[in-house]
Design a protein around this ligand. Structure first.
Ligand code: SF4
Ligand code: SF4
Length: 363
């Protein structure tokens, strides 16, 4: 993997990647980050001259789906490039070293790159019983997390677990699984929620930090605006059906076969901020709604405790999410909630009226 003092460019050249491919990668990256064509040369310059950023990737209570997503980033060049771009000095899931050897690497990286490394955290620490529900390297994960956070430049909270708590924090949360920002309060933290986050969003975040040496612009909940400023609903290809009041009423009904809107089947797209409807999954092949299932809102705080995934938005308290953070988001979600309820009501009245008309014609 090379050393952290090597530049990204020298590492990929050593791996046989051509200069042409390198520039293609830079253009692709600039586009995916929404930075415009001029940013490609800035990215190229930074990657040619700056030493690679050391990254420590730690795992708390989690299922490893974020790692699975990250290493499956669609474009093979992007995946390889990002893994070359950072100096992934420690990742207890994918590194060859284990046990004392792995712990020694952790210590060494911490001492050598004090204040310079990114701490990427997947999962969260359980605080109950002194942190005994997650033991890592012989000690509670929370201790290891605090120790490594102390000398980190910034922290990436990967996924719903590190960002919000996720299913292991579901009520009554017996282990007291706690999001990273409630435990580490003196470091910049970027939340990249989702269960898991989209691979291209993860690589995009890493690329930005590596290139510009700082975190991208965040919203009030700490999420990168470039990927989390729009709702699934805003760019959903089924939206014309929503606007036309054409809803799936039962799985596998005629409306489902026609690809109508899934709102009445519990789709949480109207209150979920994520890039699924634009970036999509598996290299842009599809996303849940395209496969016929509503969004379950996996990137929103508390999605696991908000009742059935198949309840309509009007039946659950979906707007608590933004109450303490993004007022703009709250206003938008509130407006959507009202609109959704109104729209559904209007559609129901129309349906009833047309049924009555039909009944009248037939009598
Ligand atoms: S409710 Fe769901 S399926 Fe319908 S338009 Fe919005 S995001 Fe798409
Ligand atoms: S469509 Fe919704 S539930 Fe599915 S991955 Fe995206 S945010 Fe999560």
């Amino acid at each position: 993997m090379g050393t952290a003092t090597e530049t990204f460019y020298s590492v990929i050249r050593r791996q046989g990647i051509t200069r042409r491919s390198f520039h293609k990668f830079c253009s692709l990256t600039a586009t995916s980050l929404g930075l415009g064509p001029l940013a490609a040369s800035r990215i190229a310059n930074a990657l040619e001259t700056k030493p690679r950023v050391p990254v420590i990737w730690m795992h708390g209570l989690e299922c490893t789906c974020c790692s699975e997503s990250f290493i499956r980033s669609a474009h093979p060049l992007v995946k390889d490039a990002v893994l070359s771009m950072i100096s992934l000095d420690y990742d207890d899931t994918i590194m060859a070293a284990a046990g004392h050897q792995a712990e020694a690497i952790l210590e060494e990286t911490r001492a050598k790159h004090k204040g310079q490394y990114i701490l990427a955290v997947e999962g969260n620490p359980p605080l109950n019983e002194g942190g005994m529900f997650c033991i890592d390297g012989g000690k509670p994960f929370v201790e290891k997390l605090k120790m490594m956070a102390e000398d980190a430049m910034a922290i990436i909270a990967w996924g719903a677990c590190a960002s919000w708590g996720c299913v292991q924090a579901a009520k009554p949360n017996p282990t007291q699984a706690t999001p990273i920002d409630k435990v580490i309060t003196n470091k910049p933290i970027i939340k990249v929620p989702g269960c898991p986050p989209i691979a291209e969003v993860m690589t995009g975040v890493v690329t930005f930090i590596t290139t510009f040496g700082k975190l991208p612009e965040l919203d009030r909940q700490g999420r990168p605006k470039m990927f989390y400023s729009q709702r699934i609903h805003d760019k959903c290809y089924r939206r014309p059906h929503f606007d036309a009041g054409q809803f799936v009423e039962e799985w596998d009904d005629e409306a489902a076969r026609k690809g109508y809107c899934l709102y009445k089947m519990g789709c949480k797209g109207p209150t979920t901020y994520n890039a699924c409807s634009t970036v999509r999954w598996n290299g842009g092949v599809s996303f849940p709604i395209q496969s016929g299932h509503g969004c379950i809102g996996c990137s929103e705080d508390g999605f696991w405790d908000k009742g059935s995934f198949y309840d309509r938005l009007t039946n659950i308290k979906q707007f608590g999410i933004e109450k303490n953070a993004d007022q703009i988001g709250m206003a938008a979600a509130g407006a959507v909630g009202a609109a959704v309820a109104a729209h559904a009501a209007v559609t129901a009245v129309k349906r009833l009226a047309s049924k009555r008309e039909d009944a009248g014609h037939n009598s």
